[in-house]
Write a protein that binds this ligand. Structure first.
Ligand code: BES
Ligand code: MN
Ligand code: ZN
Length: 467
């Protein structure tokens, strides 16, 4: 389900606000009578002013008792404001309306985080509901609408990735993509075969639900001089295939289409944000299952464009579906830049953990833009190296490439996966985001909810609309 909390703007704090939040720094006198000076109250509660800190004070309101939440904003940076906003939403859980006197600074970041903290994924009626409404006092309508659009896009990506794989097969994903309101083109298994998408077909052939390649097209109102292609990994369930995963590793793999979900959600938000670039989204969707029709370790497949790959491990399937889509983008769409996003390797979690995503790029300018966009949008990225010494890891004696290293001389699982993708991206500026570590959260905290995070939506929207 999407974010059910509504967001509105009010010019002033209403006298009868049932629950009111005010930053420590602000002059409260016209809004509310606390009976004691704010500084005395804060000293009493030993408040430090940190972002995320909330001091709750009872106040007389219309004959009864109301509450004011005094909130810290730390150093007032966008990061601190996000933290403060998320804490407020979480404190207001189960309540009707929280009126928030907005802080100085980046109100868009503040409102976006407040909404994201209200996200829940429930099947049935379990759990306490998020605050019904947020009213931002003193905010600008445009800031709050942008925040809402972005937060809803993140929520869509989370919803798609949180949906159980019994529901979301590749055809289902194509239907959801068609709902974002852009021109859509879908390759079914016959068309994939006719056009030579051997990677997507090989990964999908073990499943009873056939694969799809999904293309969404966004054209801005004003003619654009730049065309960007986004490619998302859309594995609707990754069992590993015949290179079967153990249960504990498998049970998180319904979110293996998180990259594809991000591409769908980003494309869906571009019009509302007035993105000035042309953007094509490609989602390479397949279910990776073991069966009598599965591809086998040692099979050789032929990718879009004719390159052959020896499949030594069927669990390294993401790079196989992405290779087809990247080769197609390069040969047919001819973009100015291509960015792929994928829950590609467990190895990247070892390198960067769960809070920071990886960006690999053949282009210093593109890498820098993405790192900066990630910093300001709060989807933090760290640039990883494409180490040339490791390219022999993917040599095969019978095909153009192997999909994994045969032995264990080189290691560096996330880097070698990126090197594999680079082979298919052509000579255009290309970047690869490995979101296997950040695609899921194990905690319900700040702007994060347990399960799919929607990581990638905010950085890509920031890059495409503000860059
Ligand atoms: N979908 C997985 C990567 C993954 C692992 C995502 C854990 C999220 C959490 C990917 O398809 C995979 O299985 N990668 C293998 C590659 C290996 C076989 C070279 C991996 O990381 O173990
Ligand atoms: Mn896999
Ligand atoms: Zn996978």
């Amino acid at each position: 389900m999407p974010i059910e909390t509504t967001a509105s703007v009010v010019a002033e704090v209403p006298d009868d606000a049932e629950l009111l939040a005010v930053p420590y720094a602000s002059d409260l006198s016209p809004a509310v009578d606390l009976h004691l000076p704010v500084s005395d109250l804060l000293a009493h509660y030993e408040a430090k002013g940190e972002a995320g800190e909330i001091v709750e004070v009872p106040v007389a309101r219309g004959g009864g008792i109301g509450r004011v939440l005094l909130y810290g904003v730390g150093d007032g940076s966008p990061r601190a404001l996000r933290r403060a906003a998320a804490a407020l939403t979480r404190r207001a859980k189960g309540r009707d309306t929280l009126t928030v006197a907005v802080p100085e600074g980046d109100v868009t970041a503040f409102a976006e985080a407040a909404l994201l903290a209200a996200y829940t994924f429930r099947i049935g009626e379990a759990g306490k509901k998020a605050v019904r409404a947020l009213a931002f006092a003193g905010a600008d309508e445009g800031q709050v609408r942008r925040a809402e659009t972005v937060a809803h896009a993140v929520a869509l990506a989370r919803d798609l990735a949180n949906t159980p794989s019994s529901v979301k097969d590749p055809a289902w994903l194509a239907e959801r993509a068609a709902e974002v309101g852009l021109p859509v083109e879908v390759w079914d298994e016959e068309r994939l075969l006719a056009d030579g998408f051997g990677g997507i077909l090989a990964v999908g052939r073990g499943s009873a639900s056939p694969p799809r390649l999904i293309q969404l097209s966004y054209t801005p109102a004003e003619p654009a001089d730049r065309h960007v292609v986004l490619v998302g990994k859309g594995i609707t369930f990754d069992s590993g295939g015949l290179s079967l995963k153990p249960t504990d590793n498998m049970k998180t793999q319904k979110t293996d289409m998180a990259g594809g979900a991000v591409v769908i959600a980003v494309l869906g938000a571009l019009a509302a944000l007035g993105a000035p670039v042309r953007v094509t989204g490609l989602i390479a969707a397949a279910e990776n299952m073991p069966s009598g029709t599965s591809q086998r370790p040692s099979d050789v497949i032929k990718h879009y464009g004719g390159r052959t790959v020896e499949v030594l491990n069927t669990d390294a399937e993401g790079r196989l579906v992405l290779a087809d889509a990247l080769a197609y983008a390069d040969a047919v769409l001819g973009p100015d830049a291509v960015v792929d996003i994928a829950t590609l390797t467990g190895a990247i979690t070892v390198a960067l953990g769960r809070n920071v995503g990886a960006v690999y790029s053949s282009d210093d300018v593109l890498a820098k833009q993405l790192v900066e966009a990630g910093q300001s949008a709060d989807d933090r990225l760290w640039r990883m190296p494409l180490i040339e010494d490791y390219t022999p890891a993917l040599e095969s004696s019978i095909a153009d490439l192997a999909n994994v290293e045969a032995g264990s001389r080189f290691g560096a699982g996330s880097i070698t996966a990126a090197l594999f993708l680079r082979e298919f991206a052509g000579d255009r500026p290309w970047a690869h985001l490995d979101i296997a570590g950040v695609g899921r959260s194990t905690v319900e905290e700040g702007t994060m909810s347990k399960g799919a995070t929607g990581f990638g939506v905010r950085v890509l929207l920031e890059w495409l609309t503000r860059g």
